[in-house]
Design a protein around this ligand. Structure first.
Ligand code: CMP
Length: 156
């Protein structure tokens, strides 16, 4: 099973989309193993977006992500990183495909509602940044035998 980090950004919270966005991941079959609301300080935001330091959008991105509370979520599932990225859609709201979170709920390129880790290394780093081990719950969904085919011993 793979884990990934999701951030519902300030615009998602302010636009009352938290429930519907979380619902997209739940409906797909990804398991919520961590969830909290927080206001990001500059230091945390700068660590999270360190790879973008120096880019033309960096300062406004840091201002935006620290401007109001966010909801952070840890998800688990087979192929969770790639699946979550597909549910989120492409970066810019103006171009994101209908059916995706960004495609269905927004039109802005900078206020793009949500962040999802873009690979295994990033996911490990971002999960470690936002969640302590004691904040992640390991449990089995009662319907896990219907979410996946376990007949070969692995989730398929
Ligand atoms: P996110 O998935 O959180 O990762 C980096 C963020 O930078 C991205 O979503 C956008 O919110 C923001 N951003 C703003 N301008 C750009 C740009 N030109 N290219 C990529 N990301 C951008």
């Amino acid at each position: 099973m793979e884990r990934t980090l999701i951030i519902i950004k300030p615009d998602g919270v302010q636009r009352h989309l938290v429930g519907r966005i979380i619902g997209r991941f739940e409906q797909k079959g990804l398991q919520i193993i961590g969830l909290k609301m927080m206001r990001l300080g500059r230091e945390m935001a700068e660590k999270h977006y360190a790879v973008h330091k120096g880019k033309h959008f960096y300062d406004s991105l840091i201002n935006f992500i620290t401007s109001s509370p966010v909801v952070v979520m840890a998800l688990e599932g087979a192929g969770a990183i790639e699946i979550a990225r597909k549910l989120v859609g492409s970066t810019f709201g103006s171009a994101a495909e209908p059916g995706t979170i960004r495609g269905d709920f927004g039109v802005s390129n900078s206020f793009n509602l949500i962040h999802a880790s873009d690979g295994p290394e990033t996911a490990r780093f971002e999960l470690g940044l936002f969640f302590g081990p004691e904040e992640l719950s390991e449990y089995e969904h009662a319907d896990r035998t219907w979410i996946y085919d376990w007949s070969k011993g692995e989730p398929e």
